[in-house]
Design a protein around this ligand. Structure first.
Ligand code: FAD
Length: 387
């Protein structure tokens, strides 16, 4: 019987999944989760929760009789430092652990341009509540930044009847994440629903935010709206590693099982974790819900001594209006890409990524049922391409 102890820092999807899967893998030692928030799910914050369709209970990460059924101690506190063998809470208390799993996620990035202005950003449940309250009293919304969170907030607000404009400095919405063609496909979804798009122009300065937003663009245009929300990306919560000699330039570097390089007995999963990729030799970090859970599960099972025989390829989704955008596989490995054409496929519904002849990833638009058809093909293609 195991008498080892595990402390998990951060109670987001990665932290809570690590706790659940430790027990699922038969780990019998003590498990403590220390998080400064209760465990809840973030994807609905820009979708159903923002729209008022889901309440707090619906987005809780607890399943069934959790947390009691897992025999896990949950402490709602903030961790100041992580070191091999222990974590130090902000109040100074030290909690010893044989294994420490760090899953501290990220915070909304607030670049200097927002300084002094009460412009809302979205990362937490409280952020979503604040935006929802403001949307209820607004008729127009400016979304600054056309990444996933920005475009989802735009879609939710438009569906609530607001006049919505998105400003994105890059040439296309989501271009960096999905590529120009898929970005243009997303743009069409928004235009078809009456969202105004301004792309290829950055925000120069913000002149007012309270009582109506006034935003000046780099080309001199001045935009006004009742409310502005900024989606300028995420800043990783890495301060628990302060004072350690680690390369934290793009998250915390780990091997392919989540062991933090250079820190014995410390593991990392989720948004903060850059895992070694045996295929490319690179450290890869992704900010996606399924990846956070998958990594946490691998960490938990490895700690419990279970061999990892299968890994699920990365997957993420985004909901905009009635269209579910789904990305499965590893587009970054592709050497060619294009729309799939077939008699039974709507035009521009499946964008395929190939490496040689092998299908290594797909982006699907509004055809969630079809992902089941492409999933095994991508799994097979990835296996062949990376053999
Ligand atoms: C609005 C929104 C919508 C999203 N939609 C999608 C989507 O549709 N599809 C998708 O794939 N992904 C989506 N994501 C991304 C996805 O939610 C994240 O990838 C995922 O939450 C990462 O999980 P995590 O556990 O690594 O971090 P987090 O969910 O950020 O959890 C980390 C937790 O650790 C806590 N913490 C931080 N520092 C400390 C500390 N020192 N001590 C104690 N606790 C600490 C944090 O407060 C937080 O509660 C969305 C994200 C947001 C914000």
């Amino acid at each position: 019987m195991s008498t080892r102890s595990v402390v998990i820092v951060g109670a987001g999807v990665a932290g809570w999944r690590a706790a659940r899967d430790l027990r699922g893998a038969g780990f019998e030692g003590s498990v403590t989760v220390v998080g400064d928030e209760p465990p809840y799910d973030r994807p609905p914050l820009s979708k159903q929760y923002l729209a008022g369709e889901f309440d707090d209970a619906r987005i809780s990460l607890y399943r069934g009789g959790e947390p009691d059924s897992l025999n896990v101690e949950v402490r709602q506190e903030r961790v100041a430092f992580v070191r091999p063998g222990a974590v130090t809470l902000e109040g100074g208390e030290e909690v010893a652990a044989d294994e420490v799993v760090v899953a501290t996620g990220s915070a909304a990035r607030r670049p200097a341009i927002l300084d002094g202005h009460d412009i809302l950003t979205l990362r937490t449940r409280e952020d979503a509540q604040a935006i929802r309250a403001e949307l209820e009293n607004a008729e127009s919304l400016l979304v600054l930044g056309g990444g996933f969170i920005g475009v989802e907030v735009a879609a939710t607000a438009r569906q609530a009847g607001l006049a919505v404009t998105i400003v994105e400095a890059q040439p296309t919405l989501l271009g960096a994440a999905l590529g120009a063609e898929c970005g243009e496909r997303v743009e069409r979804i928004h235009r078809d629903h009456g969202v105004e798009l301004i792309t290829g122009v950055g925000v120069e300065r913000i002149e007012a935010a309270d009582g109506g937003a006034v935003v000046v663009l780099a080309d001199g245009r001045e935009l006004t709206a009742d409310l502005a929300v900024a989606g300028f990306g995420a800043e990783l919560n890495l301060d628990v590693f302060d004072g350690l000699d680690l390369n934290l330039s793009n998250g915390v570097r780990c091997d392919e099982f989540g062991r933090v390089e250079g820190l014995d007995g410390v593991w990392a999963a989720g948004d903060i974790a850059a895992w070694h990729d045996p295929v490319t030799g690179e450290a890869i970090r992704r900010e996606h819900w399924q990846v956070a859970g998958e990594q946490a599960s691998i960490v938990a099972r490895t700690i419990a001594g279970v061999e990892i025989v299968k890994r699920n390829p990365p997957y993420f989704w985004s909901d905009q209006f009635d269209v579910k955008v789904q990305v499965f596989g590893r587009p970054e490995l592709a050497d060619s890409r294009g729309w799939l054409e077939a008699d039974d496929l709507d035009p521009e519904s499946v964008w395929a990524f190939r490496r040689g002849e092998n299908l290594v990833g797909v982006v699907t638009f509004g055809v969630p049922r079809l992902l089941g058809r492409f999933r095994p093909l991508v799994v097979e293609g990835l296996a062949a391409a990376t053999a």
